[in-house]
Ligand binder design. Sequence first.
Ligand SMILES: *Cc1c(COP(=O)(O)O)cnc(C)c1O
Ligand SMILES: [Zn+2]
Length: 422
Amino acid sequence: MIDNVTGLTCVICGTTYSAEEAGYVCLNHGNDGILDVQYDYDLVGSRISKASLNEDRDPTMWRYRSLLPIASDATVPPLTVGGTPTYDARRLAEALGISRVFVKDEGRQPTASLKDRASAMAIVKAREQGAEVVTTASTGNAAAALSGLSASVGQKNVIFVPETAPQAKIAQLLAYGSTVALVKGTYGDAFDLCMEAAAAFGWYNRNTGFNPYMTEGKKTAGLEILEQLDWDPPDAIFVSVGDGSIIGGVHKAMKDAQALGWIDHTPRIFGIQSAGSDYLVQAYESGEDVLTKPPISADTVADSISADLPRDRIKAMNAVVETDGAYLRVSDIDILAAVPTLARGSGVFAEPAGAAAYAGLVVAVNHGLIKAADRVVVLSTGSGLKDVASAMKAVAAAGTKPMVVEPTLDALKAAMKTNLTV
Ligand SMILES: *Cc1c(COP(=O)(O)O)cnc(C)c1O
Ligand SMILES: [Zn+2]
């Protein structure tokens, strides 16, 4: 039995539905009426505390299960999701002239992106309902995550991705045995087709910015950040933003932790978008209402944050506005440059969408939005191995070339004379 959820509330009109009666979205607002899960924090607080977490040997996202919308005895998928490291990257902090830069490496998840947190939740909810098939559309990582988590429990699934998705992500889907539709169109096209198919065939729908439980899975990244920093909240958290579900999840974690008295203030949350996919930055700057602002035409090297119309834009905007953060844009050139900078400065090799958060930190420091005494967290959302073609572009742009040598010591010595990196 799920007894810790008091209801699901529409982000637009505030109508609250009980967990049993709630569909995916608000009845009054269709697909824009995204629901937010509400908890009985007194009950949650009686089951989980900083002290109980200290004793808990479970390193996965399920250590926060008392604060998740699942039954306390729910069976969770066997893959190890969550418990990713948060590194203290001293050289990056020094280079930026700020107190601390922590890098949380979500590339360490089983399918190599933060999306595993949401897809693991989707599997639990789909099984709770006895769904035969689960489905999602995705720029690639949510798809790979649902695919891998499904494989871990033998769950049938159908995946929709744009045919332009990076090869590594498509390879994951095929290896895990998903039914894969490569859609001739954008992520938006794949999303619309998946939504139609889910409704037509009665599949369990994991789509981002539609299924209200995905935010709850993603928030475990934010809870881990707080716990890994010994509940001393950082001054700022940098998150790259496509649909806006991850940033909404990070914000939810902060609100939960505050409601439970685990932290006394909330970090400022900074949303980072590519200049080629900057819907939320535009709205933040102009004050336009994200409910009525029309889609843009997104185009960026950071495929995971390419979104014409961020599906979870209301939660995404609230995350920044309510925490006194900002939305910032970074160019594709800066995103690619951030890949080797982050890798060399911290050892974390990120895909472009992950490195974008670091590129955003650089912009924030340059604009005086981050002070010298600040401790900041960069959420690196996905592994660099997800998109090797972009990584090769990034290192070429950084002027990094390997030595190509005959297999003799003399040839190596000659090559090393002209190679400046040794
Ligand atoms: C999905 C994703 C994002 C963006 O998350 P949203 O919830 O769509 O804003 C950022 N980075 C990576 C690697 C992702 O897979
Ligand atoms: Zn509503």
